[in-house]
Design a protein around this ligand. Structure first.
Ligand SMILES: CCCCC/C=C\C/C=C\C/C=C\C/C=C\CCCC(=O)SCCNC(=O)CCNC(=O)[C@H](O)C(C)(C)COP(=O)(O)OP(=O)(O)OC[C@H]1O[C@@H](n2cnc3c(N)ncnc32)[C@H](O)[C@@H]1OP(=O)(O)O
Length: 188
């Protein structure tokens, strides 16, 4: 993980790659911003959200103690419209014995392609995520999640993604996704 981090940080030196900040809570640091966002973009959902509990909201992937859950760092290349995530799934993410849970893989794919969509178009949500699990991901191994923004049609963003071993010799997972840029005029 450290070796790959250093390799990507070196790539950032000429500005071709950017080390993306890690969000531990939400895109918005202040609770009143979260509430304003929900009332503006998700008025239907906002009626069912317990604002009290909202104060405890954290990004799902940042809820485990170090090393036990989702350990990851993301880098972005604007020319290639790519987000690469270096990810190690810790022992609390086990599915089948010794393997990473499919839901944990899906989560990190969603986070990686979601970040790519957000960088491109700001406030988006996942409309569709199609995942083909080709090989089991060994628990506690480091993998590379490569996402590619393929096209934007109006509010629709089409982003593909794969999950590979660090030596890029094993293709673990392939995915396609559709993100929609939220329209505050529409009641979702
Ligand atoms: C400001 C950011 C700056 C940069 C930030 C950088 C880094 C950020 C870092 C950290 C941030 C943290 C996390 C980011 C990572 C991950 C993000 C997670 C994202 C999620 O995990 S989010 C949860 C799961 N997600 C949902 O909970 C959505 C539920 N859903 C809905 O809320 C609605 O469904 C919605 C809003 C999606 C669309 O609703 P809508 O009313 O706006 O749009 P509408 O339905 O009209 O569809 C418009 C056109 O898309 C087509 N279309 C729609 N759905 C389709 C489908 N499934 N298949 C094929 N086509 C589809 C239609 O057919 C039409 O196509 P056409 O225009 O051609 O007719």
């Amino acid at each position: 993980m450290r070796l790959l981090f250093d390799q990507f940080m070196k790539k950032c030196e000429d500005g071709s790659w950017i080390h993306l900040p890690s969000y531990n809570y939400t895109l918005f640091q202040r609770s009143q911003d979260i509430s304003a966002f929900i009332h503006a973009y998700l008025p239907t959902a906002s009626k069912l959200i317990n604002e009290e509990k909202l104060l405890q909201a954290k990004i799902f992937t940042r809820n485990f103690e170090d090393g036990l859950g989702f350990e990851y760092v993301m880098f972005y290349n604007d020319v290639e419209k790519r987000v690469v995530c270096v990810f190690e799934g810790g022992p609390y993410l086990q599915g089948m014995p010794g393997c990473l849970h499919g839901g944990a893989i899906a989560t990190m794919i969603d986070a990686t392609v979601g970040t790519s969509a957000m960088i491109a178009e700001g406030i988006v949500m996942t409309a569709n995520l199609n995942i083909n699990f080709k090989r089991p991901v060994p628990l506690c191994s480091v993998v590379l999640i490569n996402s590619q923004l393929d096209k934007i049609e109006g509010r629709k963003l089409f982003i593909s993604c794969n999950v590979q071993s660090v030596d890029e010799k094993t293709l673990y997972t392939e995915a396609t996704s559709l993100f929609i840029k939220l329209d505050p005029e529409k009641q979702v």
